[in-house]
Ligand binder design. Structure first.
Ligand SMILES: *Cc1c(COP(=O)(O)O)cnc(C)c1O
Length: 388
């Protein structure tokens, strides 16, 4: 077995010599010529049943070779049999919820999590009813006969709590666990190896890695993937092949990007922790972080996302966002450049206020997605943005 970094470079590319290409071919066909009706009908049946491929792709809502290539590459990185790609991370979550709604109505969700995930889960859409808890230790006690899914996000957004995936899987018993692993990437954490049924990513973030593609993926075994593919062929939340190409293009540098950003983040976090304007730090790499003991075991490193609370509250946070010059004040994360944003005012606006407060999303909280710039330029920028 090649090592992770080699897989990241080569996955989804093993037929290149045979095809005599050195970059993935892009297939933009919406329909495919059918050689004979029997082959066409058999292929249609196979794809509607959720097979990963068939003799003929038939129609691009059923199968696209460029998307399938990217999916196989991401599955190799997560160590799963399959991966199913979607038009966005949210489309991917909606698909899993719809698939699970056939197995039961109740979904157990550990807060905090990405604001729009919280909103979708709480909305009652997709045929499921979410019950929110704030302590993963309560999962076993809250299971019901109709519990169809347990949802966790680790590291969580925006407070970077780490949740023990293996312990959650054990507590959930026969109920599948979905892990939003967007902040970790398969470089730092591989939830399927710890028993998670679904590994979910907003591939818009680190996997794409360059801020130019919206995409979502779910990595799982073939049986769960077949259910998702059938649903995708029916609901049409497809990843476009050009987006799939860009996503695949981000993977060879994934390890380098994640490690470089993490090295910068470790340094910035320890300097911010000592800064007089900062009252509280949220970073798994600092002593006292919630779930911090999982760094080095579940997660090979603390990653490159952090949040920090400013003593000056909302106004100080707004001022810092307005002052940054190297960093960009913007939502999203996991690109090559550093982004700074205000969870209470932006990404977590749709989370009910009481839940926000309970999760530690205060008016002075800023979240930093550290990029791969030179760390001293980032520090100088932060220091001037936080000055009195
Ligand atoms: C961005 C994000 C999502 C949603 O993904 P989209 O690609 O924006 O639809 C879900 N979870 C986390 C942790 C995210 O950062």
């Amino acid at each position: 077995m090649p090592r992770f970094q080699t897989t990241a470079v080569h996955a989804g590319r093993d037929d290149f010599n045979r095809l005599c290409v050195h970059a993935p071919p892009i297939d933009l066909s919406t329909t495919y010529p059918i050689p004979d009706l029997d082959t066409g009908s058999a292929s249609f049946d196979a794809l509607i049943a959720g097979e990963p491929s068939a003799a003929n792709p038939i129609y691009a809502r059923l199968h696209n070779p460029t998307v399938a290539r990217t999916e196989s590459a991401i599955a190799a990185l997560e160590g799963t049999q399959a991966c199913v790609a979607y038009a966005s991370g949210m489309a991917a979550l909606a698909a899993v919820l719809m698939a699970r709604s056939r197995h039961g109505r109740h979904v157990l969700v550990v807060r905090p999590l990405y604001g729009t995930s919280d909103h979708l889960l709480g909305s009652g859409l997709c045929g499921v009813e979410a019950e929110f808890i704030t302590d993963a230790g309560q999962v076993a006690a809250r299971l019901r006969p109709d519990t169809a899914l347990v949802v966790i996000e680790t590291p969580s957004n925006p407070t970077l709590d780490l949740i023990d995936i293996r312990a959650t899987v054990e507590a959930a018993g026969a109920v599948p666990v979905l892990v939003d692993s967007t902040f970790a990437t398969p470089v730092l954490q591989r939830p399927a190896e710890l028993g998670a049924t679904y590994v979910w990513h907003s591939a818009t973030k680190f996997l794409g890695g360059h801020g130019d593609v919206i995409a979502g993926v779910v990595c799982c075994d073939q049986a769960h993937a077949a259910e998702l593919r059938t649903l995708r062929a029916t609901t049409g939340a497809l990843l476009h092949p050009l987006a799939a190409y860009l996503l695949h293009r981000g993977l060879p540098t994934l390890t380098l990007r994640v490690e470089a950003a993490q090295a910068n983040a470790r340094e910035l976090a320890s300097r911010l922790a000592a800064h007089p304007a900062v009252s509280r730090m949220f970073y798994p790499g600092l002593p006292g972080a919630r779930g911090g003991h999982l760094v080095g075991t579940q997660m090979s490193g603390p990653g490159s996302l952090m949040s920090f609370d400013l003593r000056g509250g909302h106004d100080a946070a707004a001022r810092a966002m307005a002052r940054v010059k190297v960093m960009t004040a913007a939502v999203s994360l996991g690109a090559t450049d550093t982004l700074i944003q205000h969870p209470a005012g932006l990404t977590h606006r749709m989370v009910p206020e009481a839940a926000r407060a309970a999760a530690g999303i205060t008016p002075g909280l800023l979240r930093l997605s550290v990029g791969i710039e030179h760390v001293e330029d980032l520090w100088e920028d932060l220091a001037q943005a936080l000055a009195d």
